[in-house]
Design a protein around this ligand. Structure first.
Ligand code: ACM
Length: 639
């Protein structure tokens, strides 16, 4: 590991009527004198086109990558500090994470030197520490079930069984199901005593299994009786959830635990509120290695979530191996100072490369399926395609004016062009391979945040608009989406996408599922238009959003401040008219990883809000209880 010999300190100063001013200080801790160097940093708060720098000049900017040069002839001696300011930002900074996420120095002879980063300080005011995000919990029912069940009447016992084991005569499938949850527990809590044993143990309790044909697949019932535990289930998923509940009950009730108890009598009768209980994970902005994705899937299973929405591609990288296009995961999954894809979102002096081989994808999908979790892959098109277009420039209209539109994240000309036939050849080959990897009912094709004005400076797009009578970017987008839907239909898959898929005429709602992220109202509108809807509003379910107003709390804030209490209390059904409720398939957490530069950030932002969404997805509204949740949530495992 290189110990950085340079450090960047930064502060943001509010300036009335503007988005404020950054103050940077580059501290030279090395014994090298620098001249003719550059400083690069990545920051979600970007320098605007119109800006004023003091003691520096901006020499390059792409999305959140910025490069600055000191004044001509400037020398930075060992121990010296170069200070400069930048006024004219794309938005005001609000939190400690709104400054540089990474930085490095490039010397005159093109060496890239690592740099450490300080916290973004607030200048002109004292930055505040956040309050506790989770209160002390309280519950009259001392049972550590999360999500809380639909119905339960349990009496706490004084004893904790050593382990639960399958009663004599259990089927091989029942024993295997117990082994699967035993394995899950072992991975999540490697130090804790296991909840199960596959053979009888002294001080243990026998579990008798019974399949109940006619019950819903995901439903289960547990009866705690003097002679042992009866676990009845509708199908294999229900059996898994029942066993998970038993493991959770034991996990909380172990001595030295948190005051929870194991039931001595009573019943649990349980089934989920929604059929779609999802969590999305963006692995483009930050690569999450396969071992961590497998653990992430385990975390979903522990929470009885059943959809893993895997956001595999974005502007910043394409992470899915496609054998027909090897450069996608070579060039398109590597960011570095001298790479076609330049550093973004926490990348420093060293290049970073990461993708999932098809073998790894198969292993992850199979692991998820073994825990009754469907993996829904997303390739985000036509926008968010910088990584594709940098890798395969032939997919662009060579006559399109460069930098003729920009995405909200600041990427120029980042959308696949609907007027280029090669676009569809490319996507056809990608989909051909995806359907061999992912058995899911849906393939998610993104469709979000195509910048208004996209393609309008492309002569090929203009010709298509004339030929087809299309007006503007979003009718072009709808033309593209209809072709994509036909391609998925031909491969036996349904189209899922973000809510903007409906723009400009959208696609046929038949079999189409859209995710309402921009606000809750858009979900109702989509349902009215006939689409199936999953609610993922940023204002409640985006786990990258900051959890308190205070400066020192990390996270993004464009959709507001989202404390765990709000995520928990939020009711996605909200104002859904009764007649449209049938279109609401469920709810989903979204983990966008721009800010997730470490595992610690991941865990801080994801928990306990993921647990809150899992409970909202499963537990009937009238059974939700914030203080009970607050008591149980700290027992949940983290990544
Ligand atoms: C999104 O947040 N762009 C779906």
């Amino acid at each position: 590991m290189t110990i950085p010999q340079f450090r960047l300190e930064a502060a943001w100063e509010p300036v009335a009527g503007t988005s404020g001013k950054f103050h940077f200080s580059l501290v030279n801790l090395s014994d090298e004198t620098l001249t003719g160097f550059r400083l690069s940093y990545t920051s979600l708060t970007r320098t605007a086109e119109k800006h004023v720098c003091e003691n520096a000049r901006l020499t390059r900017k792409v999305a959140n990558y910025h490069e600055y040069a000191p004044p001509e002839g400037f020398t930075l001696a060992p121990g010296a500090i170069w200070s400069f300011t930048v006024e004219g930002l794309t938005r005001p900074a609000k939190h400690v994470t709104d400054g540089a996420k990474s930085a490095y120095v490039t010397t005159a002879d093109n060496r890239h030197l690592a740099m450490a980063i300080g916290d973004l300080m607030l200048k002109g005011a004292e930055s505040r520490t956040p309050p506790r995000l989770l209160p002390d919990g309280k519950t009259d029912e001392p049972f550590s079930l999360l999500p809380w069940p639909r119905e339960s009447t349990l009496e706490p016992g004084d004893a904790v069984p050593v382990a639960l084991y399958p009663a004599a005569g259990s089927t091989a499938a029942d024993v295997a199901a117990m082994a699967a949850i035993q394995g899950l527990y072992q991975r999540l809590f490697p130090v804790d005593h296991l909840p199960f044993s596959l053979v009888a143990v002294d001080g243990g309790i026998a579990v008798t299994f019974a399949e109940k044909p006619g019950h819903a697949d995901e439903a289960y019932e547990i009866a705690f009786e003097p002679g042992g535990i009866q676990l009845a289930y509708g199908g294999a998923a229900g059996r898994q959830y029942g066993l998970t509940s038993l493991a959770q009950l034991l996990h909380g009730a172990r001595p030295g635990g948190s005051g929870f108890r194991f039931p001595k009598s009573g019943r649990v009768s349980d089934s989920p509120r929604y059929g779609w209980r999802g969590c999305h994970l963006d692995v483009s902005r930050q690569f999450i290695p396969t071992a961590d994705v497998l653990r992430f899937v385990d975390l979903l299973a522990w929470h009885k979530l059943n959809i893993f929405h895997w956001h595999l591609t974005d502007d910043e990288a394409w992470r899915l191996e496609i054998k027909a296009y090897p450069a996608l995961t070579d060039t398109g999954a590597r960011r570095g100072p001298d790479e076609p894809l330049i550093p973004q979102l926490g990348d420093g002096a060293e290049p970073r490369h990461g993708f999932y081989s098809q073998k790894e994808v198969r292993a992850i999908v199979a692991h998820a399926a073994s825990l009754h979790i469907e993996t829904v892959p997303e390739v985000d098109i036509p926008g968010h395609c910088t990584a594709v277009l940098i890798t395969y420039p032939d997919l662009t209209d060579g006559q399109e004016a460069p930098d003729s539109y920009r995405s909200v994240q600041g990427y120029p000309n980042n959308a696949l062009n609907p007027a280029i036939e090669a676009t569809y050849d490319f996507l056809g080959k990608v989909f051909d391979e995806m359907v061999t990897l992912f058995p899911s009912e849906y393939i998610h094709i993104g469709g979000d945040e195509v910048a208004d004005g996209s393609w309008l400076k492309s002569p090929l797009a203009r010709a298509l608009m004339d030929k087809e009578g299309l007006a503007g970017t979003f009718e072009l987008q709808s033309h593209f989406m209809k072709r994509v839907k036909a391609m998925l239909d031909a491969r036996g898959r349904k189209l899922a996408g973000w809510n903007e898929v409906a723009h400009g005429g959208g696609v046929s709602p038949d079999g189409t599922l859209l995710m309402a992220w921009q606000n809750p109202e858009v979900g109702i509108e989509l349902a009215r238009e006939g689409y199936d809807v999953v609610m993922t509003p940023g204002q409640a379910y985006y786990l990258d959003m900051v959890q308190a107003e205070e400066w020192q709390e990390p996270g993004a804030s464009w959709a507001g401040t989202v404390p765990p209490a709000h995520t928990y209390a939020y009711e996605a059904e909200g104002e859904f008219p009764e007649a449209l409720k049938g279109r609401l398939r469920g709810i989903q957490a979204c983990i966008w990883t721009e800010n997730f530069i470490s595992r610690a950030y991941f865990n801080h932002l994801v928990f306990p809000r993921l647990s809150a969404i899992a409970e909202a997805a499963w537990t009937p509204r009238e059974r939700k209880d914030w203080l009970r949740f607050a008591a149980i949530a700290p027992l949940s495992p983290t990544l």
